[in-house]
Design a protein around this ligand. Structure first.
Ligand SMILES: [Fe+2]
Length: 280
């Protein structure tokens, strides 16, 4: 049986790659999301694969001032109902069982994704465990992402990936060059640009590459499973943004992506070549 309900693939196909899509999945109640199994996973993962934070952050949290909660990853998960935190277990595909589950999810949508954006690669899985009411501040991510709600509820507020008033070209370039942080400043006037999706167990949402979002957990402990991937299209944009960032750092204002497609392709090839050389 497929992870996703049949109509979900149609919704995904209609929206991919640039618009959010609502999907339905069948993973709620899966044994890999039992709390004791998640505690064991948190303990087994390398420390740099576990990110944890206080949960009572403002939407527009300054990344330089993000507080930590002082607990170990396994303590944070075990006591998540009362410790007002959120934790993300990164690259859960290091565990063979979670890798199989991630691949079940991504295999189901891979033909649709490949047809639109080229090869699917850099598959990664993340599990979020959140205290009641905890907030994940406003940010953007570099991957195509399907966020599946497993337990509890969440509301995700999601915004267009290329709204200049939220993130201009220079911010996109900084994001792809060393030093750019995923968190973004938030202003109340952004609210009209976004949409809110309420997620209960069985619900999922496709979040486009770099579509800014912030998330608030509902009144119970929330568990979500995120499966992500990169594509030829997302790689090309990342290379172009890095090339443009390189120009901007040298006092040249680059043309906007899409304004000169031939120049964009040349910049992508140059950035790829430069990165290959840098690896020697
Ligand atoms: Fe995110």
């Amino acid at each position: 049986m497929s992870v996703f309900e049949e109509t979900s693939l149609d919704a995904f196909r209609a929206c991919y790659p640039d618009r959010p899509a609502s999907l339905r999945h069948r993973l709620s109640g899966h044994k890999l999301f039992a709390m004791e199994r998640l505690v064991a996973l948190a303990a087994a993962l390398p420390r740099d694969s576990v990110e944890y934070n206080a949960g009572d952050l403002p939407i527009g949290q300054d990344p330089a001032k993000t507080p930590m909660n002082g607990l170990s990853p396994e303590e944070t998960v075990r006591r998540i109902a009362e410790n007002n935190s959120w934790i993300v277990l990164k690259n859960v595909e290091r565990d063979v069982d979670y890798a199989a589950l991630m691949n079940d999810c991504l295999d189901a949508i891979e033909p649709v994704a490949r047809a639109a954006t080229g090869s699917m690669h850099k598959r990664e899985g993340f599990i979020f465990v959140s205290s009641p009411g905890s907030v994940t501040p406003f940010h953007m991510d570099p991957e195509h992402n399907i966020l599946m709600q497993i337990a509890g509820t969440k509301t995700i507020h999601i915004f267009p990936a290329h709204a200049d008033e939220i993130a201009g070209d220079a911010q996109h370039e900084a994001f792809h060059c060393a030093g750019g942080h995923r968190n973004l400043p938030y202003r109340e006037e952004f609210a009209r640009l976004g949409e809110a999706a309420a997620l209960a167990p069985g619900d999922a949402i496709y979040a486009p590459v770099k579509a800014p979002h912030w998330v608030k957990a509902g009144p119970d402990v929330a568990v979500s499973f995120s499966v992500t991937w990169r594509s030829e299209a997302s790689d090309a944009e990342a290379h172009l943004r890095r090339a443009n960032g390189w120009l901007r750092a040298r006092g040249v204002t680059p043309l906007r992506p899409g304004a000169a497609p031939f120049r964009d392709r040349a910049a992508v090839l140059a950035a790829r070549a430069a990165e290959r050389l840098a690896r020697f």
